[in-house]
Ligand binder design. Structure first.
Ligand code: PCA
Length: 213
């Protein structure tokens, strides 16, 4: 079995992106799963093309895209990508789409197909704060989750996909004052647990992870 795990390059004036830092530390083999990694540009125009090329080259069974969500306190597995691009800040191409669909004639949303609740339970069991999230925002991370599931939908090969939003790393939080953070090694451990859990099971567990807001 093969897994493709992607991070993003830094954006919004940041010097690092914890997603690419964590992805670069992953084991090359998790159980029987061979792990291949890539870094996507934080660009609405380019990210999905780079992801598509990596998928076609690697032919993975599992795809996990990872991105920074500064301010979050947990490893957040996203449930859904929506067909909206609404940027609060410009991306790395200085593009700032407002209320533009990801795909003009596409469905309103796609659900991730990894067993997100089982992955969250496994991360918690390993002592990592984790949660199911019901919004990936409307910036490039949501764009890539939607695009990933859209690629999977029409791809000749069968694969499952999902998206993980991660907190700042301590070096970012030290500059920001008061922001929550998580060590890169813990983030990498969480990603490895998601890959191992997704490889081991195709169905999810049925536990209450809903939120009021
Ligand atoms: N986080 C951004 C895009 C790239 C990244 O790492 C987001 O949450 O949309």
């Amino acid at each position: 079995m093969k897994a493709l795990v992607t991070g993003f390059d830094p954006f919004g004036g940041d010097k690092v992106n914890p997603s690419s830092l964590a992805v670069s530390r992953l084991k090359k083999k998790i159980g029987k799963v061979t792990v291949v990694t890539a870094v996507l540009p934080t660009s609405y125009a380019k990210s999905a093309r780079v992801l598509r090329e990596a998928i076609d080259k690697v032919r993975p069974d599992i795809v996990l895209c990872v991105g920074q969500a500064g301010g979050r306190t947990e490893l957040c597995l996203e449930r859904v990508g929506i067909n909206v691009q609404d940027a609060r800040i410009p991306d790395n191409d200085r593009k700032q789409p407002i209320d533009v669909p990801v795909r003009t004639d596409g469905p309103a949303a796609y659900f991730a197909t990894l067993p997100i609740k089982a992955c969250v339970a496994a991360m918690r069991k390993a002592g990592l704060p984790a949660a199911v999230s019901n919004t990936a925002g409307t910036f490039v991370c949501n764009h890539i989750l939607y695009s990933l599931m859209d690629i999977i939908e029409s791809h000749p090969a069968r694969m499952r996909g999902g998206f993980l939003h991660i907190p700042y790393v301590p070096e970012q939080a030290a500059r920001l004052g008061g922001a929550p953070s998580m060590a890169v090694d813990d983030i990498a451990r969480g990603i490895e647990i998601i890959i191992a859990t997704s490889a081991a099971r195709t169905t999810d567990i049925h536990t209450a992870e809903g939120r009021i807001s």
